[in-house]
Design a protein around this ligand. Sequence first.
Ligand code: CP3
Length: 345
Amino acid sequence: MAKTATKHRFLRACKRQKSNTPVWFMRQAGRYMEVYRKLREKHTLLELCRDPELACEVTMQPIRRFDLDAAIIFSDILLPLEPLGVPFEFAKGEGPVIARPLRTKEDVDRLRAFDPREELGYVHEAIRLTVRALEGRVPLIGFCGAPFTLASYMIEGGSSRNYLHAKRMMYHQPETWNKLMETVSGVLAAHLEAQVEAGAEALQVFDSWVGALSPEDYREFVLPHSRAVLARARATGVPVIHFGTGTAGTLELLKEAGGDVIGVDWRIPLDEAWRRLGNDVGVQGNLDSVLLMAPAELLRKRVLDVLQRAGGRPGHIFNLGHGILPETPPESLDVVIETVRAFKP
Ligand code: CP3
């Protein structure tokens, strides 16, 4: 990677260089867009993910429609599960369902550490196609789930309220837990490296479930594994965004685990988060996704509030505090983008 100034606002902000505030949206491809729903009538989600041409097409849909500063490859954090030996499906209205969740040492011993270049090669091929299709307009972000979020999906078998099974494994079978986390981490790190080799210019690690953990449990059972993945991600030379939700109690620890930019959710004021994180990291966020359902006037006001809290400091990437919801009116994204573009700190 060249150390010289890059022309893209998004990459400049990742490196905390001066730039106008970049904006993109987590889950910017998806059901809130009519063109996506049309394609989904003909293909399942997994078909879209596994066909590089379709994945490229879906990645490009929001780029054609909105004035965005980054694309994110259309894929899913759960794709590594099947090659690990943990098949799942997306059940209608329920989200992911894993038929045989991991509970015992034997379950974990059966996991198959695989080579993502082979088993997830379709994601890397989709990245190659998308980089070509983007023609340098905006950088492409590659991603994966964080070890905790993926491991707890595999143990819980789907969404969870108390993470009882995952925490039970941590507390009662720490060796089994650590083995699971190490196996997952190795696969994730190699998957991120392959995404950069394929042309991703930035990476994001999604720890969507990390808010379930106390700071003590995060430090003891999770941080070392996240750190290992983030260190290998950063060694590729591209900027890395480390995102979690419900992290008001663990923000400093997330930073300790690594990342050039920390993604924060909407439950904490952005300036407070940044004060705690310090000036040596960028911050991504953090508008509540549900505000996209509010009248334009209120939406504008809340976007401005986030921007003012960032205060034009180098290193702010405007985003939501979590993914776009399917009910979102697309015009709301235009309102957000126009407000970000017009902002003068
Ligand atoms: O951001 C993007 O545009 C890229 C695409 C993307 C998807 N999943 C596609 C998808 C990304 C970045 C993800 C990440 C992901 N997947 C996360 C982390 C981010 C977050 O929201 O916390 C998680 C937890 C998952 C797991 C997952 N995938 C769930 C829980 C669900 C079902 C929930 C739902 O919205 O139905 C999915 C399905 C999924 N992945 C969809 C999309 C667009 C919904 C698609 C559909 O049915 O067409």
